[in-house]
Design a protein around this ligand. Sequence first.
Ligand SMILES: *[C@@H]1O[C@H](CO)[C@@H](O)[C@H](O)[C@H]1NC(C)=O
Ligand SMILES: *[C@@H]1O[C@H](CO)[C@@H](O)[C@H](O)[C@H]1NC(C)=O
Ligand SMILES: *[C@@H]1O[C@H](CO)[C@@H](O)[C@H](O)[C@H]1NC(C)=O
Ligand SMILES: *[C@@H]1O[C@H](CO)[C@@H](O)[C@H](O)[C@H]1NC(C)=O
Ligand SMILES: *[C@@H]1O[C@H](CO)[C@@H](O)[C@H](O)[C@H]1NC(C)=O
Ligand SMILES: *[C@@H]1O[C@H](CO)[C@@H](O)[C@H](O)[C@H]1NC(C)=O
Length: 784
Amino acid sequence: MGYFIHNNMALISAIIMSCMTVAIKGESRPHTFPPFSCDSNNPSTKSFLFCSTHLPISQRVNDLVSRLTLEEKISQLVNNAAAIPRLGIPYYQWWSEALHGVAKAFGVENGVMFNGSIKAATSFPQVILTAATFDADLWYRIAQVIGREARAIYNEGEATGMTFWSPNINIFRDPRWGRGQETPGEDPLLTGKYAISFVRGIQGDSFDGGDLKDGHLQVSACCKHLTAYDLDKWKGIDRFTFDAQVTKQDLADTFQPPFKSCVEGGGASGMMCAYNLVNGVPNCADYDLLTKTVRGDWGFQGYIVSDCDSVSLIYDKQKYAKSPEDAVADVLKAGMDVNCGKYLANHTKSALDMGKVSESDIDRALHNLFTVRMRLGLFNGYPTNLPYYNNLGRKDICTPEHQELALEVARQGIVLLKNSEMLLPLSKTKTKSLAVIGPNANVTKTLLGNYAGPPCKTITPLQELKIYVSKTKFHMGCDSTNCTSVATSEAVKLAKSADIVVLVVGLGQESESEELDREILELPGKQQSLITSVAEAAKKPVVLVILCGGPVDISFAKNDPNIGAILWAGYPGEAGGKAIAEIIFGDHNPGGRLPLTWYPKDFVKIPMTDMRMRSDPSSGYPGRTYRFYQGEKVFEFGYGLSYSNYSYKFVSVSQSKFDLKKLSSTSERLENSSHISVLNIGSDSCEKAKFSSVVSVENEGKMEGKHPVLLFLKRDKGSNGSPMKQLVGFQKVSLNPKEKVSVKFEVSPCEHFSSGSEDGTLVIESGDHYLVVGDQQYRITIRV
Ligand SMILES: *[C@@H]1O[C@H](CO)[C@@H](O)[C@H](O)[C@H]1NC(C)=O
Ligand SMILES: *[C@@H]1O[C@H](CO)[C@@H](O)[C@H](O)[C@H]1NC(C)=O
Ligand SMILES: *[C@@H]1O[C@H](CO)[C@@H](O)[C@H](O)[C@H]1NC(C)=O
Ligand SMILES: *[C@@H]1O[C@H](CO)[C@@H](O)[C@H](O)[C@H]1NC(C)=O
Ligand SMILES: *[C@@H]1O[C@H](CO)[C@@H](O)[C@H](O)[C@H]1NC(C)=O
Ligand SMILES: *[C@@H]1O[C@H](CO)[C@@H](O)[C@H](O)[C@H]1NC(C)=O
């Protein structure tokens, strides 16, 4: 029934819209123009209070909602929000994607379909590689471009929505997660900073925030998926029914902080609740989470959408609700506003009739929904809906500058993992012939990763390497990255014939993606044997390039002297092939650093379903991520080489001793002598406790380079389950050979020295702490 109504509405709206076309003839407007409400040329809309742009949005929304019939109201609670022709309100599609470029989810109806005259948008590297740049300014610029292109597509009349369900800021908790590639990695502070930069950039805010023009949005961002969602499908267990058992401690300092930053720092206007349950409660039905925490504690003012079909799962699969109507009541009363899917369209009326929800529950949701649509300027008439965004159009999509930025991000993200005897960079003049081997060397799709839109153009590694060395020959080596069948003898023969061999291997969406977690951490199929054989046969040590999102145990390659250099290139986006070749031939000095731990293959012994971050030595549980994991690593979080060497020194630290009792606003309420809760310190004292730490960085190498400086906190002996190490800040410097600069970090003990305690509060522990940068450390003493 929902589907039927929608189609009818769409038809009616199409008719109305074409009438409007006639009504506005004579003005210069594009042939197809964007859907909008409150046309100043339409006399019937002039009387609507909700069209009065000089009134506050909340008043306009109240007016609009008060005019809707019950049936119309219900039709707005789903992602395909029906047109309301009698009020001049067009169809609106809540679902759009823009994870690393304007995209569309495969095979479904989206706000942006790319089926008109605009066929492509700039495709940036997959987020996990972008995170490796450790460059918040770059993240902001990417998001700005995505937001501009998205608004431009809407302005051209080729979209039906501007609410983008990005970024994905779940913590990359387990290396097997198929969607880990979509995230900025495993660290909560980095992920929070990414969220802030992304949201500000795409929504049209300034880098420092607080500058939205009249509160209006360029386009709307959505932080997803709240919360503790990081398992898709693993050994028969799927995200639709997985009940994540999460401690308050892990929630406090791992799973929630990115979402809190996304709201408080980024000012996100959207939030998505995840499929899974947390400690027995489906995320979308969790009042404490959605209403108390997100709206109450964090002050979220936006709309909350369910992941697609999550509401139906609450009854159908999770059996949390006893009837469809109970599921509807659970989510609306919890604070969810719109359902991706049709469930609310189908079952809200009967939930009302049965008295399980009231019309005011619906009105509450509608208020949030129409507020966002008004903040997008969709009720301001046209073409004056939002003056600062009206000029964006097709000229702003896939521009040379945007494509150059996609290239720059790939360059800066790629991580040099090994470079024995300075094999790289290769000489452009002395390398006379090249053998390029491997299943990922010439596949355009693999470069993009999931949630990619159609790119402006793509360059594969093979295509660009050929530009550097015309005598380049290619063999795939394997049938695909699955590598079930391998052509070792042909590959070996080719390897023997060339000066240098570049292998391009790794994973692809066929081995890690949505609804597909890995079960092994090694390269799939016979890739490893192919690599080893080729490396053994080659004249010189080979260059190994790995495309993947999640980490792979490549200890074999790390230890193989026949493999001279290793590059991790994530899924590097439309210009990734060029960036890889530039690094191999020294036109760019790599500076990316891993945003996640690379674990050895034995890590898979621990079940993916074990959500605990902290280790448990008594049972042999090793813990997760660099903050807690106690076992061996293939590569560390933050690891990454360069063609230069950088040295560090602490120049000054403005304060190195803290007496927390003095800071505390309520000293008698100190829990005990070993730690103090951040809440007890209070925000004024937290502000006063901030100090600065200046670090000098010198490029000791021979090449100019961009280098991210990572500042960590280490504890002498953590108690209370505090992390062994945690990121305090990061900054990118650009240095010529022998050049030295000072970088200043603002350190906030309340934010950077705290960690979760078992009751879910953030606490600072007494004792010696160390600020650490590279091999340098500086002691900070905290007494209670
Ligand atoms: C694009 O796809 C949408 C959804 O399927 C459809 O409604 C629309 O008419 C299509 N547009 C064009 C120009 O084909
Ligand atoms: C909604 O109702 C329609 C028509 O009865 C049905 O085809 C569809 O599966 C239902 N969808 C959901 C999510 O309940
Ligand atoms: C590499 O891929 C491109 C684009 O798909 C294709 O045109 C070209 O033929 C491929 N090259 C080789 C040597 O297979
Ligand atoms: C690769 O393996 C995956 C997972 O086993 C499978 O789903 C997919 O069909 C395979 N793809 C190819 C190209 O063989
Ligand atoms: C950097 O320093 C290390 C240790 O001193 C040395 O082995 C390496 O060759 C240097 N690398 C560069 C690029 O100078
Ligand atoms: C303070 O708390 C820590 C961690 O919970 C505990 O180990 C310690 O025994 C407590 N100390 C006192 C004096 O209560």
